[in-house]
Design a binder for this molecule. Structure first.
Ligand SMILES: NC(=O)c1ccc[n+]([C@@H]2O[C@H](COP(=O)([O-])OP(=O)(O)OC[C@H]3O[C@@H](n4cnc5c(N)ncnc54)[C@H](O)[C@@H]3O)[C@@H](O)[C@H]2O)c1
Length: 452
């Protein structure tokens, strides 16, 4: 059924509000994804409200402060002048026209999808739902989440008996539902967020059209797919593609080391092929909220279909083994200098999961620090973006970033994150021993450097 053959009242009212930038936009989850998105809409003159359960974040935003390194406080202050505000009070959702959900989707302790954040958000939203609102889920998740988890909670727990608009439905008491994945690449300065095409999959055509109109105000290209599940799967395909290819180069790095080949030289040469090859790079292990986590959303869901996703499992196994490879490399390098790791002083350089960002989530550095400590090393770290490492879901390190002044006092310096601000030549000059997991010391030939 096309949009022209169904009642258009709620649909056309919202469409016109979006087109005239009068639609009030709520973004739920003021984190790495939600806050920049809220600022983009505020920049486009939409009235925007950020929702979060973290009172500290809400207070910071209300006072014009930023808690994300790459977002300057001035950006929040400018948005505040344009009417942007933040709240913990879900009752304010009633006044909103569009609600974009950007809450976490981690794995639980059994490595299974933890949809509790989405479920709790839906439960909190439902009593304040209004007919004619557009609800968009952006959190990365397995195909089926929007229809099987989000929509049933919203439909069951709203007070007004509202239903999600579906193909062929004609009720007035409807709200529109879409899944649209966030595809940002934190720290990537080469692509503007607006230039990353936005994929939208509505529960039916009007929902997709509303989302296309909404995102079209910010993003240069909109890609409509046939359903929320297709949009959910699109995001997972992208991340699984990365995860599997990174595992492939990690495995080939291990083989290359054994064969005395430099995998980085090989990747550079292969990259000159003008078709059919896209470079991926090895490292100390996967990090971030996406690549180490998202593929397991699909492998979990696949079991419901009696299907094993072997590529995902194998890639996970190889990538998870990389911190152990780093540990072995440190042990061997110290051993060659007649030193033991037990009792050695080790500095881990860079703990963010990738260069030039302040995000520690799932960082392989955390595992590497724990493995080194377990073997009796005295470990310190330095990271210009992360002054303190406290407690996370899986670690409790309570460490402060060390100074770089006394590099020579460490038995070993391990480069885990190759932040651009590091002067690697100076580091190699001052350190007794450098174990480089990122090829950060390329071009420097020195006896105290071990690439692993
Ligand atoms: N960070 C990225 O680069 C990135 C990229 C693509 C996709 N994603 C996906 O986007 C989603 C959000 O990721 P993020 O990095 O922004 O996470 P985040 O942890 O930085 O932010 C999530 C925010 O949601 C808030 N929150 C949690 N439960 C809430 C609730 N019930 N109501 C209101 N707020 C709540 C948290 O307090 C936090 O501020 C995840 O699904 C992630 O996989 C992230």
């Amino acid at each position: 059924m096309t949009s022209s053959t169904v009642p258009l009242t709620l649909y056309s009212a919202l469409k016109s509000k979006i087109e005239t930038r009068q639609a009030r936009v709520a973004v739920i989850g003021m984190g790495y994804v939600g806050l920049p998105l809220a600022l983009l809409y505020s920049g486009e003159k939409f009235p925007v409200t950020g929702f979060d359960i973290d009172q500290g974040k809400v207070d910071a935003l209300q006072q014009g402060h930023s808690y994300i390194y790459r977002i300057p406080a001035e950006e929040i202050q400018h948005a505040r002048e344009r009417g942007f505000g933040a709240t913990c009070d879900y009752a304010a959702l009633e006044e909103m026209d569009v609600v974009i959900i950007c809450v976490p989707t981690p794995l639980d302790e059994h490595h299974e999808p933890d949809l509790s954040y989405i479920a709790r958000t839906a439960e909190a939203m439902a009593p304040h739902l209004r007919a004619g609102q557009l609800i968009v889920l952006e959190s990365t998740t397995y195909p089926g989440t929007t229809e099987e988890v989000l929509v049933p909670i919203l439909e069951k727990e709203n007070r007004r008996g509202l239903k999600a608009a579906r193909s062929g439905s004609r009720g007035e008491g409807e709200f529109f539902v879409v899944f649209s994945p966030e595809r940002e690449d934190p720290g990537n300065q080469t692509v503007e967020r607006r230039d990353i095409p936005k994929v939208v999959g509505g529960l039916e055509e009007r929902a997709s059209e509303l989302a296309a109109a909404l995102y079209g105000c910010v993003f240069h290209q909109i890609v409509k797919v046939s359903s929320p599940a297709a949009a959910e799967m699109t995001k997972l395909l992208e991340n699984i593609y990365r995860c599997v290819n990174i595992a492939l180069v990690n495995e080939l790095k291990l083989l290359s080391l054994r064969m005395g080949l430099d995998i980085w030289e090989v990747i550079e040469a292969a990259s000159t092929k003008p078709f059919g090859f896209h470079p991926f790079y090895p490292g100390p292990g996967l990090g971030g909220h996406c690549i180490p986590v998202d593929p397991f959303y699909l492998s979990w869901k696949a079991k419901e279909w009696d299907f094993r996703t072997r590529f995902i499992e194998l890639a996970g196994e190889i990538n998870a083994s990389m911190p152990y490879h780093v540990l072995a490399a440190v042990v061997t390098a110290l051993n060659q200098r007649k030193k033991a790791l037990n009792g050695a002083k080790v500095l881990v350089l860079g703990v963010a999961y990738k260069k030039d960002i302040d995000d520690l989530r799932e960082s392989p550095a955390l595992t590497i620090i724990e493995l080194l400590q377990r073997e009796g090393a005295t470990v310190r770290y330095h990271d210009p973006y992360i002054p303190f490492v406290g407690r996370g879901r899986k670690y409790d390190l309570q460490m402060k970033s060390a100074s770089l002044d006394d590099l020579g006092s460490y038995d070993c310096v391990v480069i885990v994150t190759d932040h651009s601000s590091y002067d690697f030549a100076a580091i190699v000059r001052q350190a007794q021993l450098v174990v480089d997991t990122r090829n950060a010391t390329r071009g420097l030939s020195a006896e105290n450097v071990v690439r692993c």
